[in-house]
Write a protein that binds this ligand. Structure first.
Ligand code: PMP
Length: 429
């Protein structure tokens, strides 16, 4: 494939935009080479500036669960845009989207809209801290909750020490209130809670992780977390930015049968426009300004374009709940095809999957947390990524990301993808 124009556009972008991109993963740093510049997209495919067509397995990193330029969403946005794009005043559609979201998701009474998943998670912990009057939070190594300061903390010398910032600009003062534990390791959480008794406002978790590849909670881990939080009066925050309205109508809460205290959303809830949200029971949400003392605001929050895209998207999902099963079936088909080929060639691998989230890790060991995810063979991943790319299959350009299937993908597309792997696998070892 020829990527000439993409490469030229990237060179130009780098002169004006740091690293040539507005979000780092887009720059292909983990896999090498120049990123692809998109021209347009429809359904399961996008077309780049060189005229190549790709089957898209990220679909904007999750929002486009029904495929690109899905007509009901496009129509809603276009109609709305004709009537003005932002007012900074209340509009009826905000309540409509709130009502619908609350009706689909278990255990939430009120919801506040923001502009990104980052804002949703940042606001959720402020609310949790205000509500509990405690300062510390617990997060899991390898989970991503956006780029606000409190979350840019990685495990330093182990889970029982304070975190250290993993970005310059995050102060030690902030880092000391974020405690790190290991995914799928309830004992690490129990130890951290007992070492900080009465001081922890919230435990935040991706209920199915998607930011260290896809990692599924094991056995009784989630039940254990729920019990621990209830016992210690810690708020359990489910970051459902990826899983919300993707794994099921009611997201991971529904699928795992666990009630969180606060839930954050992004991606699907905005139908491809910039939307995030956080939600909880009334008593917690009423702690927010203007009724409560915890401040949170946004000039463009709840703006009509974003709300119309979100409303059209959630209406589609609410009216056609079979889509979640259809997506899970398609993902299983891909899983089986990939597994068969990799096994056939003796390539060490793990495939993790839940619903329409899936990831491939080139390692012998089960991938259950950040440490095991980091053991994947990155050279093999790079070959795999570029091999697939050159055959018109667009996968996440990092081993630490989940794929997001969209329902516009046909079984023909999936089989073409499996076939591509059949030829890529020849050069993997
Ligand atoms: N939480 C999770 C689980 C995410 O995956 C992401 C983004 N991928 C975020 C929060 C941050 O969302 P945004 O990029 O919209 O700020």
């Amino acid at each position: 494939m020829n990527y000439q124009r993409s490469s030229a556009l990237f060179a130009e972008a780098k002169q004006y935009i740091p690293g040539g991109v507005n979000s780092p993963v887009r720059a292909f740093k983990a896999v090498g080479g120049d990123p692809i510049f998109v021209k347009e997209a429809k359904g399961a495919y996008f077309y780049d500036e060189d005229g190549n067509r790709f089957i898209d397995y990220i679909a904007s990193w999750g929002p486009l669960i029904l495929g690109h330029a899905h007509k009901p969403v496009m129509d809603a946005v276009i109609e709305k845009a004709k009537k003005g794009t932002s007012f900074g005043m209340p509009t009826e559609i905000e309540t409509q989207l709130a009502q619908l979201a609350i009706s689909m998701v278990p255990n939430i009474d009120k919801i506040r809209f923001v502009n990104s998943g980052t804002e949703a998670c940042m606001s959720a912990i402020r609310l949790a801290r205000g509500f509990t009057k405690r300062d510390k939070i617990i997060k899991f190594a390898g989970c991503y909750h956006g780029h606000s300061d409190s979350f840019l903390i990685q495990a330093g010398s182990g889970a029982v020490t304070f975190g250290t910032p993993n970005s310059p600009g995050v102060t030690q003062g902030t880092a000391k209130d974020t405690l790190l534990v290991n995914y799928n390791d309830l004992e690490s959480v129990r130890a951290m809670v007992s070492a900080n008794k009465g001081e922890i406002a919230a435990i935040i978790i991706e209920p199915v992780a998607g930011n260290m590849g896809c990692i599924v909670p094991q056995n009784d881990f989630m039940n254990g977390l729920r019990e621990l939080c209830t016992k210690e009066q810690i708020l359990l925050i489910f970051d459902e930015v990826m899983t919300g309205f993707r794994l099921a109508k009611g997201g991971a809460q529904e699928v795992l049968g666990i009630d969180a205290d606060i839930v954050t959303f992004g991606k699907v809830i905005g139908g491809g426009l910039p939307v995030g949200a956080f939600a909880a029971r009334k008593e917690i949400m009423d702690y927010l300004a203007p009724d409560g003392p915890v401040y949170q605001a946004g000039t463009l929050s709840g703006n009509p374009l974003a709300m119309s895209a979100g409303l059209a998207m959630l209406m589609e999902l609410n009216n056609k709940p079979e889509v979640f099963e259809s997506l899970a079936d398609k993902t299983e088909h891909l899983h089986e095809g990939f597994d068969r080929i990799l096994k056939g060639k003796g390539v060490p691998h793990q495939i993790n999957r839940m619903g329409s989230m899936i990831s491939v890790h080139f390692t012998e060991e089960p991938v259950v947390d950040f440490a095991s995810s980091a053991k994947g063979n990155n050279n093999m991943f790079k070959k795999y990524f570029h091999g697939m790319l050159n055959r018109g299959i667009y996968l996440p350009p990092s081993a630490f990301e989940s794929y997001f299937l969209n329902d516009a993908l046909s079984y023909g597309d999936l089989d073409q993808t499996i076939k591509a792997l059949e030829s890529v696998v020849e050069d993997l070892n």
